[in-house]
Design a protein around this ligand. Sequence first.
Ligand code: NAP
Length: 247
Amino acid sequence: MSVLIVTGGGRGIGAAVCRRAAARGYSVVINYASDEAAAERVRDDVVAAGGKAVAVAGDVSDEADVRRLFDGAAELGDLAGLVANAGVTGNTPGRLDEQDVRVVRRVLEVNVLGVFLCAREAVRRMSTRHGGQGGAIVTVSSTAAGRGSPGEWVHYAASKAAVDTLTYGLALEVAAEGVRVNAVAPGTVETGLHAAAGLPDRPRLRAPLIPMRRVGTPEEIAEGVLWLLSPDASYVTGAVLPISGGL
Ligand code: NAP
């Protein structure tokens, strides 16, 4: 069975990706940072629906944790894909000149270093250069990368611009090695990310600014991720797919 690792798979967009991926036949590794109960709920739902999933704790910014995550996944079967979804805003919305360096460092560690570490492990296992069978990587960026998110979280937006560049550069490096690398760039999506940052009304307030006049659902983002992973996207690499209602 094809194994798919989804970082930050216990909640929000990652959880929707895990559920859809399992329904389409992937054996899913649900990585999470600390919310074990949420990840186990996703795992239990998948198993109850007849799918295969395991929940694995690990901090994507920790090299040893990431190695453990990938080594554990190898026991389930051949790795077919990675969804590098785990990401944080830092939960301190405000101007750049109000930000604490520890918060900014953490956002960069999780959002940029975390994607780097997971993508590196995935390439080491999937690339034909390393004896692998090929595969697909999807990173989760944000339309914030292009907007810059002034007054909210410029550091977060900058981290997502780094994700876009990492995605593009890596895609070119491994294009001839059987590995496709793409990103989705969600707009505003209804998840716990906004309330965690102390902005529970953010989705409602942003909706009128979006051409489609509504925020997205985690399932709508998951569908784009699943397409990029699938053979239907066999000639797509280095792309950043906005899923944002037009904004
Ligand atoms: P969420 O609901 O807050 O979920 C975040 C997930 O990431 C959780 O499962 C969390 O684990 C995990 N995580 C956080 N830090 C981690 C770490 N160091 N190691 C491993 N896992 C970690 O967020 P979301 O809205 O679904 O966001 C998912 C991705 O979409 C992020 O990259 C985010 O930047 C991006 N995005 C979101 C929006 C939006 O409007 N929601 C828009 C654009 C882009 P625990 O459950 O254990 O805490």
